[in-house]
Design a protein around this ligand. Structure first.
Ligand SMILES: C[S@@+](CC[C@H](N)C(=O)[O-])C[C@H]1O[C@@H](n2cnc3c(N)ncnc32)[C@H](O)[C@@H]1O
Length: 239
């Protein structure tokens, strides 16, 4: 699997979970864990800003931030209840041997788990990561996922396929990067809401809760050339 270069990772030294996106997570945690202490694993947690927010909100929580980019892990603020682990989402069993977590987050990381040379192999890495996460869940545990939902105009899955083709094509990586895709050359695979849900239920996970934000305002060219009907960010809470 293609790893992003440090200059491509620089764009991820940010935080995408603003207050509006935090609300459904807090609601689900409050409902399913009430006031009891819980442990969490933030897969692709990078600079740890999201983990710090969870820890600040829940003083009884402890967490691990896992990422395959040392550069982003190095940007974590030290926190007594937080640990950072260098590891890969598709190889979770070896990252945290013997550990179990009440809650596992995948915030905008699953679309990075691609095989840059074959679209049909791409799903394999996502399934591997989800099965790995299931193996690390404590009894009664939950998986929380943020992903972008690329819903097609007519053909539901076409935008995700087109974005994959554009971002994984090495010959046009410079051009695609100038067009705004920092993952050019490595590849990303977004899916429609229906496709993401099929991936999760196909791995034996149950969808307990789904929320999304408003349709994003995107340029007309995205609708025309990428066949996007609507694009939004969705949050799934799974058992
Ligand atoms: C779009 S960023 C999201 C960062 C963070 N989760 C957030 O919401 O702000 C994707 C993150 O996934 C990490 N990542 C990409 N592929 C990974 C893999 N195979 N294993 C672990 N982390 C990965 C990247 O290094 C990056 O930190």
């Amino acid at each position: 699997m293609e790893k992003l270069k440090d200059d491509q990772l620089e764009a991820f030294d940010t935080e995408y979970v603003h207050d509006q996106r935090w609300a459904p997570i807090a609601r689900c945690i409050d409902r399913d864990f009430a006031d009891r202490p819980f442990t969490f694993l933030d897969i692709g947690g990078g600079n740890g800003i999201f983990a710090d927010r969870v820890l600040a909100h829940y003083p009884n929580a402890r967490g691990v931030v896992l990422d395959n980019a040392q550069m982003l892990l190095d940007r974590n603020k030290p926190q007594e209840r937080k640990r950072v682990v260098l590891g890969s989402a598709e190889d979770l069993a070896t990252c945290c041997p013997g550990e179990h977590f009440d809650l596992i987050f995948f915030n905008w990381v699953l679309h990075h788990l691609v095989d840059g040379s074959s679209f049909s192999n791409t799903r394999r890495y996502v399934d591997q990561a989800l099965h790995g996460a299931k193996g690390l869940l404590a009894s009664g545990g939950r998986i929380s996922i943020f992903e972008n939902m690329y819903n097609g105009l007519v053909l539901d899955g076409l935008p995700g396929w087109l974005v994959y083709q554009l971002t994984s094509a090495k010959a046009i990586a410079g051009l695609v990067r100038r067009g705004g895709a920092n993952t050019a050359g490595a590849g990303v695979c977004f899916r429609s809401r229906r496709q993401w849900e099929e991936v999760f239920t196909g791995c034996g996970l149950q969808i307990l809760d789904y929320t999304d934000d408003k349709k994003w305002k995107i340029p007309l060219a995205y609708h025309v050339f990428l066949h996007i009907g609507n694009l939004r960010c969705g949050h799934l809470w799974l058992a």
